[in-house]
Design a binder for this molecule. Structure first.
Ligand SMILES: [Zn+2]
Length: 254
């Protein structure tokens, strides 16, 4: 199926591309080089879309190894991910034969796109090898699922609540103003990360909502800061929303 992808221009040359079911990939079109972050479920020919829109060489990078972020890897020849995440990618690819090359990229590496620099930053938690791509000139962090308002901390390869908290505390110290998530075409201000930190620091298991999420027995800890933008009545103004969905084993600290 040829790609009919929809996209939202976050910046003139940074596009949030939407596939089905609200899954987003991000395309950063630099002057001399482009980067595609994630490949969605891959039901459509993402490569055809990228090559129609991009006239430079480009790299494909997985933010992490979940099936809705790596499903289109097979359209490409080479895909990059953090070494730690290779195992997660293989786990979710299962038995299907993949004929692309998975290569390693390291945190701290910086990719020059000519007019922009993109730095690979570690965001372990959602999965052990989750990464973000920090577009330095734009002060924009492309975060995959690592900072989602509804943040999942369960399933193969995910880390503990304590490790997630460490990551969040380090992430707010990075030099950026806004971030993008893998299931939204909106740009979030950094305050959203403080909501997650507040949520975890004050987490009480008996205040969590129990549920079942894709077959896992989960708990959800929620936090809303309704006082932060008090002037208007619009819910849109409130970015300080945190729902962390986890399995009980994530609270076992040694
Ligand atoms: Zn994910």
């Amino acid at each position: 199926m040829e790609g009919r992808y929809f996209y939202t221009k976050i910046r003139e040359d940074i596009w949030q591309i939407e596939e089905d079911d609200g899954v987003c990939c991000t395309l950063i079109k630099g002057r001399d080089m482009a980067v595609l972050v994630d490949t969605g479920y891959g039901r459509r020919n993402l490569r055809a879309f990228v090559e129609k829109e991009v006239s430079t060489p480009y790299l494909v990078i997985n933010s992490h190894g979940h099936p809705d972020h790596i499903g289109g890897n097979h359209w490409f020849d080479t895909v990059y991910a953090l070494k730690e995440e290779g195992d997660v990618i293989r786990h979710f690819e299962g038995q299907e034969k993949q004929d692309y090359q998975l290569k390693e990229i390291g945190t701290g590496e910086e990719i020059s796109l000519g007019n922009m620099r993109v730095r690979v930053v570690p965001l372990p938690g959602h999965t052990k090898g989750s990464i973000g791509l920090l577009v330095r000139e734009e002060k924009l962090l492309i975060a995959g699922d690592a900072l989602n308002q509804g943040l999942w901390l369960f399933n193969y390869g995910s880390l503990s609540m304590r490790e997630l908290l460490e990551t969040l505390r380090k992430t707010v110290q990075l030099d950026f103003d806004t971030y993008l998530c893998g299931h939204s075409n909106r740009e979030y201000p950094k305050e959203g990360i403080y909501a997650h930190i507040h949520n975890i620091e004050n987490l009480k298991l008996d205040a969590c909502t129990k549920g079942n999420t894709i077959g896992f027995e989960t708990y959800c800890s929620s936090y809303r800061n309704n006082n932060s933008h008090g002037s208007g009545s619009s819910h849109e103004a409130n970015w300080e929303i945190s729902d962390i969905v986890f399995t009980i084993d994530k609270l076992k600290y040694e």
